[in-house]
Each structure stands twice: as C-alpha cells, then as structure tokens.
Design a protein around this ligand. Structure first.
Ligand SMILES: [Zn+2]
Length: 134
C-alpha cells in the first residue's frame, strides 16, 4: 500500500471548507463543529482516518440534516442519532474514494464505535414502549 497523500487530503478539505464557507482550523484534539459561526476544529489529515473525521466535522455544517440545532443541545436522542449518521453519510459521500482506500479495518471499526455510541446511548435511554421488537 502506498503512503497516504496528506497534501491531497488537506487540499480537498480546504476546497470543501471554501465551497461551504467554513472556517476550518486544524487541532490536535477537541474536534468539533460550530454551525452557528461556521467554524470547524478538525484533525490535520495525516492519515485516512483523520481525513474522514475532518470530513465528518465539516459535514455537521455543510449538511442541513447533519447540522445540530443549537451548539450543544441534544433535543432528542433520535435527532442526535440522525444528525450523527447524516454527518458520517456526508463525509463518505464527498470523500475522495482513493484517499479512503487507506482507512484500515480497525479504523472503520473505530468510526463504527463513534456512531454506535450514539445508537447505544439512545437505546439505553429509550422508554421500553419505543424499543423495537425483533
Ligand atoms: Zn459528529
């Protein structure tokens, strides 16, 4: 496998940020997005997984479905699951597929657990009557 093209990933992220009028800042940690001010704190895309996570944060602003209502409001668990899922869907839809080839099985599993944590939390909070019967 060839080395990850961090320059191409960075250029792609900046192009998307410009297109969607997002002020994107690379940070070591504390990645999040602020739809009301169109700012996103994202990881520097030195690996395919970090590129995907950066796309996810941009998605929270660029995608109307993935945009949170309010800054840290979690109005309803179902909405939060929808918002997170939409941000991952946006990220994978706009990603350069050649750059995503570098995401390892382990890293996809990490992404699954990020999203899965919202599903699990919603499941634990849901009243029994709303639990699906399987
Ligand atoms: Zn998110």
């Amino acid at each position: 496998m060839s080395a990850f093209d961090a320059l191409a990933a960075s250029a792609h992220l900046q192009a998307l940020a410009d297109k969607h009028r997002i002020k994107m800042t690379y940070r070591q940690s504390g990645w999040q997005s602020f739809p009301s001010t169109r700012q996103a704190w994202v990881p520097e895309p030195s690996t395919a997984k970090r590129y995907l996570v950066a796309l996810h944060e941009l998605g929270h602003i660029a995608s109307a479905t993935a945009r949170r209502r309010g800054n840290q409001d979690y109005p309803a668990l179902g909405v939060e699951v929808l918002v997170e899922g939409a941000a991952w869907a946006w990220a994978t839809a706009v990603a350069d597929p050649t750059l995503l080839l570098g995401v390892t099985k382990r890293e996809w599993s990490d992404v699954f657990s990020y999203f899965g944590s919202y599903l699990l939390y919603a499941c634990m909070q849901a009243p029994p009557a709303s639990m699906p019967s399987i």
